[in-house]
Ligand binder design. Structure first.
Ligand SMILES: *Cc1c(COP(=O)(O)O)cnc(C)c1O
Length: 407
């Protein structure tokens, strides 16, 4: 973090004390979890105002994770598209390869501060699990990661990385054996072991205070962008773009600029094979208001409230619910949403490798697919900033397979 970010965790804003962003958010959990959430909220509220905590957070973000990340002018891509001047916020250059470590560091430091010696986390593709296991190794915390058995099979490399860092990876055999089921198991563990355990949730989702807390730990992204774009261009950007799974990298970028009326903001969801039931994870395309895993928000569900199957080429965007703050700002008309299909993502992935020599995470590539369509509609004197939330090393095998290559 640069110096001008001092004290940023102090700013009062949404949600309200019950965790509501308008009608979204809240704490829809059993009685047994309420105490744990309340305590966490209180501890976080004290920590965020404590200069010692902020100092420690900044230290690890800089020395361990590699902040600040650059704001990079993609001149070759901009030229090829012939429209807006495109900048990438390079979260892909962080330790462990994505923005997720910002939140993992923040929450692990909070756990330590609360005197909790044990950390649990859920993971889908394994990226949040890896970030958490890595930070726990660094801070000397015991770490257990819940992961669906199906995901473990699909993401063996990440399972191994977590184990190398000393984490125990527990396979979840219930339900569809994927992310949603891993979250359920993690919550069960937390209720049982709350005395010595902190649950590091991986996106701007779940019950209050998580959506707010995770957002705050990622706000550094937008704060750095403000500083960097002013330095490079002497003015603020015209449009911000980010992919949206739960919504943490997107809100991290957007939050700093919400009160700038001239800046357009677009979140890009996973369109999968197209907008048909079970074929995508675009919650604003056919999703409805409901409650999932402690949070009221837009959810892909059927008439009986059963959660629909989702699909995306990128595991990190493949979830049936969206963060409540995004639902709120969309209803307010402040943040717009689009989606990119798997096919568009595959095209965009190759375009970025070819023009800029950057291999993007498939999640981030959803934002890029939108940028490829949007930038040519903009003028050359306009500026677009896209959050490049992660690097694509983890996805190269999958992409090769989809392109029909045997590596
Ligand atoms: C996990 C992940 C995402 C999606 O999560 P958000 O909370 O929506 O940011 C996006 N990009 C990358 C690289 C990820 O690993």
């Amino acid at each position: 973090m640069s110096e001008n970010n001092a004290g940023v965790l102090d700013k009062e804003n949404l949600p309200d004390s019950g965790g509501h962003f308008g009608e979204f958010g809240g704490q829809y959990v059993p009685e047994t979890l309420m105490t744990a959430l309340d305590n966490l909220g209180k501890e976080y509220d004290i920590a965020r105002k404590d200069p010692e905590f902020i100092k420690e957070l900044k230290f690890y973000l800089k020395e361990f994770a590699g902040r600040p990340t650059g704001l990079y002018h993609a001149d070759r891509l901009s030229e090829e598209l012939g429209g807006a001047k495109i900048y990438f916020k390079r979260e892909d250059l962080l330790h462990t390869g994505a923005h997720k470590i910002n939140n993992a560091i923040g929450q692990a430091l909070l756990a330590k501060r609360m005197g909790k010696k044990r950390v649990i986390a859920e993971t889908g593709a394994g990226q949040h699990g890896v970030a958490t296991a890595t930070v726990c190794a660094k801070l000397g915390l015991d770490c257990v990661v819940y992961m669906g058995a199906v995901d473990m099979e699909r993401q063996k490399l990440n399972v191994f990385r977590m184990r190398l860092c000393g984490a125990e990876v527990r396979g979840v055999e219930s339900g569809q054996k994927t992310l949603k089921d891993a979250v359920n198991e993690a919550m069960r563990d937390w209720v049982t072991n709350v005395e010595d355990t902190h649950y590091i949730l991986g996106s701007a989702l779940g019950s209050h205070p998580y959506p707010m807390m995770v957002r705050d730990f990622h706000r550094v992204i937008g704060q750095e962008v403000r500083h960097e774009i002013l330095e490079k261009e002497g003015r603020l950007p015209d449009e911000l773009v980010a992919c949206v799974g739960g919504g943490s990298n997107a809100i991290g970028l957007f939050y700093e600029f919400l009160e700038e009326p001239d800046i357009r903001m677009v979140g890009v969801e996973a369109g999968g094979h197209g907008i048909e039931i079970g074929q995508h994870a675009a919650r604003f395309e056919g999703g409805r208001l409901g409650v999932l895993q402690g949070c009221k928000t837009y959810i892909l569900q059927n008439d009986d409230g059963q959660i629909e199957l989702t699909h995306s080429v990128s595991a990190g965007l493949d979830y049936a619910a969206i963060g409540p703050e995004h639902a709120y700002y969309r209803d307010q008309g402040r943040i717009e949403f689009a989606y990119a299909t798997d096919a568009e993502v595959m095209e965009a992935f190759q375009a970025l490798c070819r023009t800029e020599g950057i291999i993007p995470a498939l999640e981030s590539t959803h934002a890029l697919a939108y940028v490829l369509k949007r930038a040519p509609e903009m003028r050359k004197d306009q500026i677009l900033v896209m959050n490049l939330s992660g690097r694509g090393d983890k996805d190269v095998n999958q992409v090769a397979k989809l392109l029909g290559e045997d590596i």
